[in-house]
Ligand binder design. Structure first.
Ligand SMILES: NC(=O)c1ccc[n+]([C@@H]2O[C@H](COP(=O)([O-])OP(=O)(O)OC[C@H]3O[C@@H](n4cnc5c(N)ncnc54)[C@H](OP(=O)(O)O)[C@@H]3O)[C@@H](O)[C@H]2O)c1
Length: 275
């Protein structure tokens, strides 16, 4: 199986490169194949002739996406580029694996969001990711659309590393306690992607997340407990901790189609032991 991993130097991309190592994947990032430039995508696809494409590229600056320039980039990378990739994958008759987010939902549902629930994003990042989802499904039938959430991983800046850095400064931290989600280790996600492919699961939408719903506050406390760090963490509401982009209150994803991944607590312990 010849695997092309796009966004190979990102947090998820690097874990995918490691997990797929037995297939000797070809990894490309912005320099080798800019997803917003159709010519560069055509050229790389012709050159590599992959059996499957995994798109781990993305624009992930949720707050910057609220600015005019940020929104333009988010639409180009998370939206239009996914449509182009899907179209070219269809021409090559190869499946495209693509990642989307819990932030395509508005957060008003009382229960976790199922794969069949209708997205309704409340910020520009979520809108751009939904555009990508829509164009993907319009342009090809051979797709795995994987929604995931609250990623932490070894190869990128994320909530866990931010908390550790702030915790080391010895100041009191304020963390929101009214946004609930499912933190997910990018390595566990990458392993699930491999299983999905190897087991030839049906194409479609999947919610792949570690289990265990928490608020950002709960998660920060878990991180410090795990590391036995004494940090003063104060729970605050979203109204008290205002940021440019609104966040859904409940962005828990229900995985109803694939064997459940382990708990985020276990994944977190494992992740911290690798740092
Ligand atoms: N992080 C999360 O919490 C989270 C949650 C849910 C879903 N997701 C989704 O999961 C995917 C991977 O996220 P991540 O956290 O691994 O992101 P990441 O660490 O920011 O990695 C994204 C990669 O994409 C590359 N990229 C950006 N623009 C590109 C372009 N025009 N052409 C080619 N490559 C480009 C980036 O390169 P540069 O560094 O040069 O920009 C980077 O290497 C994304 O689709 C994201 O929306 C993430």
């Amino acid at each position: 199986m010849k695997v092309l991993i796009v966004g190979a130097r990102g947090m998820l991309g690097q874990d995918l490169m490691n997990v797929f190592s037995e297939y000797e994947p070809i990894g490309v990032d912005r320099e080798e194949m800019d997803v917003t430039d159709p010519e560069s995508v055509f050229k790389k696809m012709d050159e590599v002739q992959p059996d499957v494409v995994i798109n781990a590229s993305g624009y992930t600056a949720v707050d910057v996406a609220e600015t005019a320039d940020g929104q333009q980039d988010a639409i180009a990378i998370n939206g239009m580029a996914v449509g182009t990739l899907a179209e070219i994958c269809k021409q090559h008759d190869v499946p495209l694996i693509h990642f989307s987010t819990d932030y395509v939902f508005d957060g008003n549902k009382g229960d976790p969001y199922k794969e069949t629930d209708t997205p309704s994003p409340i910020n520009k990042y979520g809108e751009s990711k939904l555009l990508g989802e829509t164009l993907l499904q319009k342009n090809t039938d051979k797709f795995y659309l994987i929604r995931t959430s609250w990623l932490f991983g070894k190869h990128g800046k994320n909530f866990v590393t931010t908390m550790i850095d702030l915790g080391k400064q010895g100041k009191q931290l304020t963390v929101v306690n009214d946004q609930i989600g499912k933190p997910t280790w990018s390595y566990d996600l990458a392993e699930s992607v491999l299983t999905l492919l190897v087991e030839k699961r049906p194409y479609g939408i999947y919610h792949l997340v570690n289990e265990g719903a928490v608020s950002w506050y709960d998660f920060a406390v878990e991180v410090f407990q795990e590391l036995q760090m004494e940090v003063d963490v104060l729970p605050v509401s979203s109204e008290e901790f205002v940021r440019p982009a609104s966040r859904p209150k409940n962005s828990c994803l229900a995985n109803t189609k694939f064997p459940l991944l382990r708990s985020h607590k276990e994944a977190l312990q494992n992740y911290l032991s690798t740092l």
